[in-house]
Design a protein around this ligand. Structure first.
Ligand code: FE2
Ligand code: FE2
Length: 370
């Protein structure tokens, strides 16, 4: 089945063209490069994995409860609208919510692949080009993984959310080489990483857990890359240039907080305009989603501070959004934790397989000696 058949809302075209902006830049300096950047490149090469082998695709997924989480995580849970819905409509709400969420992850991963390829082209230093080339491969593997998950396990997909699309458009349409970093590595990846993290930690289902944990293990390197490259570069920018970057960050953060809400999936379920408004109000008021939205900034805020975009204006914007205290999060500790969780999951899985193998061997020996 082609992905086209899985789309709930048919897209008119099967491709989206964004005009190229800025130069493709060669460098003739093949010298050593920065130690930390090269160490990250080495890690990027060492830690490649193959989703066809590392992920256990035989595991079953219930499309009507993909993550195996309670209904209290649904925006309209226990509202009058929820009580008006019949059992089948509630099933649809569960299915379409997950399909929308994982579809945005998928499109975001493709965006990340294209942005990192763009960084390979446009960044001036060779060590950064090398690193971004490994990231391009990482993102290809992530897109492959989420596409398979949607196709084989969920069976339904949503087109890219128009606000995510416009953020990608302004990220890629800018000729300044640092903008794909800022838009993708810091904002979109920061948001995605936080969302993956919440889901990885609450899911009770082994397949999404594996996918989210392994993808996050790679994302930790991507964030480190953005921080390293931008921290060096932003030290030397003028006040005006920094201000332009801050404006971009502020606007992007408001957009991600207020608009990436999946209104289209509710409209698709046949809710009226008034009912969709009811959903959006419930989204504002739901305790779970409030917590979720503030957690979404747990990676972005400390990163923005770290790269040196930390004017009083920006701090004020984060204070207005209620996420300023996220600046105290330690990115290094979060990333270390992401890597450990993936490693531990591997250990637990392989210990289980090992035990099964031992049991098989013991059975065979017992058969032989009988
Ligand atoms: Fe990714
Ligand atoms: Fe990434």
């Amino acid at each position: 089945m082609s992905t086209h058949d899985l789309y709930t809302i048919p897209s008119e075209l099967s491709t989206w063209d964004v005009d190229m902006a800025g130069a493709s830049r060669f460098t003739w300096e093949y010298d050593e490069g920065r130690d930390r950047m090269l160490a990250l490149y080495q890690k990027g090469k060492d830690k490649q994995w193959d989703s066809t082998k590392r992920i256990d695709w035989d595991l079953e997924v219930d499309p009507y409860n993909v993550l195996g989480i309670p209904d209290t995580t649904i925006a309209i849970y226990d509202t009058p609208l929820w009580h008006r819905l019949g059992p089948q409509q509630r099933q649809d709400v569960r299915l379409h919510g997950a399909a929308w969420q994982f579809s945005q992850f998928l499109h975001g991963e493709q965006g990340a692949m294209i942005c990192s390829a763009r960084i390979v082209e446009s960044v001036p230093d060779l060590d950064s080009k090398f690193y971004a080339a490994t990231q391009t491969m990482d993102e290809a593997r992530h897109a492959e993984t989420y596409a398979r998950f949607l196709q084989e396990k969920v069976g339904l997909a949503y087109p890219i959310n128009e606000h995510l699309k416009s953020l990608l458009d302004s990220t890629l349409g800018d000729s300044r080489w640092d903008m794909p970093y800022l838009g993708m590595q810091v904002l979109i990846e920061g948001l995605a990483l936080a969302a993956f993290g919440v889901m990885r930690d609450i899911t009770t289902k082994p397949l999404p857990k594996q996918i989210l944990a392994y993808v996050m293990q790679d994302e930790a390197r991507h964030v480190a890359f953005g921080r390293m490259a931008l921290r060096d570069y932003y030290k030397n920018l003028s006040e005006q240039e920094l201000r332009e970057r801050e404006d971009f960050v502020i606007e992007g953060c408001y957009l991600m907080r207020d608009r990436l809400r999946g209104a289209e999936s509710w409209e698709h379920l046949g809710l009226s305009k008034a009912e969709t408004d009811e959903v959006m109000r419930a989204t504002d008021q739901s305790d779970y989603l409030r917590l979720f939205r503030s957690l979404l900034f747990s990676r972005i805020v400390p990163c923005v501070k770290d790269i040196g975009l930390w004017s009083p204006r920006l701090q004020q914007a984060y204070a207005d959004m209620g996420v300023l205290e996220m600046a105290g999060q330690s990115l290094d500790a979060l990333m270390k934790q992401d890597e450990d969780i993936a490693d531990k999951l591997d250990e637990a899985r392989f210990a289980e397989e090992e035990a099964e193998r031992h049991a098989e061997v013991a059975d065979t020996i017992a058969l032989g000696s009988a």
